[in-house]
Each structure stands twice: as structure tokens, then as C-alpha cells.
Design a protein around this ligand. Structure first.
Ligand code: SF4
Ligand code: SF4
Length: 388
């Protein structure tokens, strides 16, 4: 019997009610999406049960992801959440829930369901995607009919906050908003999230040209550096009630200060701590692995075709991760001589590999952008540490 500590991304559904202009689900990966689009409540419950049986002292964060996870409906969600609660009580496991949603389906019904189970949520957080003010958000995040989603997302965030849950905002930084960091920062701060995360829209064609609102790595670096300047400017006015944690800035600061770093991209231990389950039972280390390029390093088999013993083995036997560790070692070797290696810790492996596959120039720029951001933050943080 093995202990296990993992984040398991449950892709309960691949269906989504939106058609965001940059979305990889409908663009980059659409051609090889599996046939099975939804995972039933019964199947999900069986999976959770199987893990709790095989790994009796496991600590697992079950992350509901999609597609849009709220399309599974509150009935299915309640069955799964109730089952997790039961398992927590009857077995020696610690299971928590996380939810990443586009926020447009949050209504009173969902608020009742989330409120009922909020104690199961890690730090009571719901992550909601929003790309800034109405004009920027609605340039990218649209419905299937092409309508903007801002009003519905903002109402969703307010509803979640009203039931006493915390929100993390996730903003994609792309062509639609990259030139407006100050405006985006001010808007996100007003929303009062527990945390704000800015992630780059790295959509490139095979020649390395940006497409579908994609931006260059150095554009992303400039955006994050400007957000950092705004945050530093506001720092003296922040108190415990109005403290805004921004990623990747907070993670970089934690890494500089040798504190605990949560974000996998900035940790030595990376994808080996994750598991991604698709509705057809396919197991991948993480969603970011490309199904064509990274099958050898990222694919772990099909859960529905495995015996208990096989599942135990692929999870606990490090030999089973041989190809992944080779892939990791290969990419990490490039970091040995890098001046920010101790803080950056190698970034996201499949993302770096994709960049390198597209062009050397892109891979070089990606690391240059990381170094630029880290140096800018480090300079200020070290100065502040000297002063204090
Ligand atoms: S693939 Fe990237 S995002 Fe996923 S676990 Fe690995 S480092 Fe993290
Ligand atoms: S900037 Fe690039 S080379 Fe340097 S540590 Fe990060 S990923 Fe590795």
C-alpha cells in the first residue's frame, strides 16, 4: 500500500459553451480529441473510489477541468462531491476539490451546490477566467454565437464572492490585451480576487509566427514587468484585506526568497506530481503535453483498460516514468549554465519542447523573456531585502 500526493486533473467533459478565439481545445488539439466527450458521475465516482482503495493514505487535489466543467451540471457535481466527502470520512485519505471555470454558467443553482461543498475546496477557491475589462475580454472570450461574455463572468465572480468563496482570476495575455497592462491590473485589482494569474497565449504556426491572438515571449515579459511595477507602486497601500497575490510574480518572489513554491513550472518536481484523466480514460501526466509530440514522455495508458495492479505500478514505480525523466533531464541540462536557473527551475517542459520544435529562435526568446522578468523582479526584491 502506497502513500500518494498528487493533483489529478479530471477532464470530466471536453464540451464547452464558449469559443474563445485562442482556445487550444477547439484549435490546436481539436483534430485528435478522443471520441468520448463526457465522463459520467458513476465513472468519476468509481475512479475516485479506485484511488482511495489503492492509495489508502493519499492526499489528492481533484481538479475539475474541461472543456467547461460546469456543463456537467449540479446534479453530477453533487454526486461526486458527496462521494468525496464520504470517502474523506470513511477512509484515511485527504481529498480536496479545485474548479477551473469560464464563469459564464455560475447561477443560483451552482452557487447552492458550491456553497454546500465549499469546505471541500482547497482554500475555498474557484478559478475563473477573465481577460480584463469588457473591451479586452470580449475581444477574445466569446460564446458560440460570437457574443461577449464579460457581463456573465463578472456576475459569476460576484456571486461566488457573495457565498464566501475566494476567486482566482486567470487572464490569458494575448494580442487583445498585451499592450494594456496598467488598465488590466487596475481592473483585476478592483475585482478583489484572492489571486490573479496571468498566462501567456503562445499560439504559433509551424514557422514560428504568432496566430490566434498569440504573442511573442518578450511581449509577455514586458507585460508582466509592467504589472510588477503597478503592484510595487500599490504595495504600501495593501493591507491584509486588500492583499493581491499575482502570479507569476508571487512565485518568482517566493523562489528568490527560497520559500515554498507551488507553481510546477518554477519547481524542480514538475509533471511527475500530476495526472490528467480524459473522459475516455486516457491518462496523461498533464494537459500541456501534446498528444502527437509527447506520447512517449507524457502518456501513461488508459485507465479503463488497466487492472488495479497496473494502475498501482504506473503510479508508484519510477521506472514507469523512465521516458518522462529522460525528457526532463534533456531539457533541464540546458538550464545548467543559465544565470536564473535556481529561480526559474526549468519552466514548463512540454511548452519548452514545443517552442524548440518550432524554432531555435523561439526557444531562445522564451528563455530570454524568462530571464528578463526574473532579473527585473529579483533586482527590486533584493534591494527591498537589503533595506529591511
Ligand atoms: S506540463 Fe507544464 S504545467 Fe503541466 S505539470 Fe508539467 S510543468 Fe506543470
Ligand atoms: S530561463 Fe530557460 S534556460 Fe534558464 S532556467 Fe529557465 S528554462 Fe532553463
Amino acid at each position: 500500500m502506497e502513500n500518494l500526493k498528487k493533483t489529478i486533473i479530471l477532464k470530466s467533459t471536453l464540451a464547452c459553451n464558449l469559443r474563445c478565439k485562442y482556445c487550444y481545445e477547439f484549435n490546436r488539439l481539436n483534430h485528435n480529441k478522443p471520441d468520448v466527450q463526457n465522463m459520467s458521475a458513476e465513472t468519476t465516482v468509481n475512479i475516485i473510489d479506485q484511488f482511495s482503495r489503492l492509495f489508502p493514505k493519499s492526499i489528492i487535489l481533484w481538479m475539475f477541468h474541461g472543456g467547461e466543467p460546469l456543463t456537467i451540471g449540479t446534479k453530477t457535481f453533487n454526486i461526486i462531491a458527496n462521494h468525496i466527502r464520504e470517502i474523506n470520512q470513511s477512509r484515511d485519505v485527504t481529498y480536496k476539490i479545485a474548479l477551473q471555470t469560464n464563469g459564464t454558467l455560475i447561477n443560483d443553482n451552482w452557487c447552492m451546490a458550491l456553497n454546500l461543498h465549499k469546505d471541500l475546496f482547497s482554500e475555498r477557491i474557484v478559478s475563473i477566467s477573465i481577460d480584463g475589462t469588457k473591451n479586452y475580454n470580449d475581444d477574445a472570450r466569446i460564446t458560440q454565437a460570437g457574443e461577449g461574455t464579460f457581463d456573465r463572468i463578472k456576475a459569476g465572480i460576484e456571486k461566488i464572492q457573495l457565498i464566501g468563496m475566494n476567486t482566482t482570476t486567470i487572464s490569458v495575455v494575448g494580442k487583445h490585451n498585451v499592450k494594456h497592462p496598467k488598465e488590466i491590473y487596475r481592473f483585476i485589482r478592483e475585482l478583489n480576487p484572492h489571486m490573479a494569474k496571468f498566462i501567456p497565449c503562445y499560439n504559433f504556426d509551424e514557422h514560428g509566427k504568432t496566430e490566434r491572438l498569440g504573442i511573442r515571449p518578450l511581449e509577455y515579459a514586458d507585460f508582466i514587468c509592467s504589472i510588477f511595477d503597478c503592484w510595487m507602486h500599490d504595495l504600501p497601500t495593501m493591507n491584509d484585506d486588500r492583499w493581491l497575490v499575482i502570479d507569476p510574480i508571487a512565485t518568482i518572489i517566493a523562489s528568490i526568497r527560497h520559500s515554498v513554491v507551488q507553481w510546477c513550472e518554477y519547481r524542480r518536481e514538475k509533471c511527475e506530481n500530476f495526472l490528467n484523466i480524459l473522459p475516455n480514460g486516457d491518462l496523461w501526466l498533464c494537459d500541456t503535453f501534446n498528444q502527437d509530440l509527447h506520447r512517449k514522455s507524457g502518456y501513461r495508458g488508459n485507465l479503463f483498460e488497466m487492472t488495479d495492479d497496473e494502475l498501482m505500478r504506473i503510479i508508484t514505480d519510477t521506472q514507469e516514468l523512465f521516458d518522462y525523466f529522460q525528457f526532463k533531464e534533456d531539457l533541464m541540462r540546458e538550464c545548467d549554465s543559465c544565470s536564473v536557473n535556481e529561480i526559474c527551475n526549468g519552466g514548463c517542459l512540454p511548452l519548452r519542447h514545443v517552442m524548440r520544435t518550432i524554432s531555435d529562435e523561439l526557444a531562445v526568446e522564451h528563455c530570454e523573456a524568462k530571464r528578463k522578468t526574473i532579473r527585473r523582479i529579483k533586482e527590486v526584491v533584493e534591494y527591498a531585502m537589503l533595506e529591511s
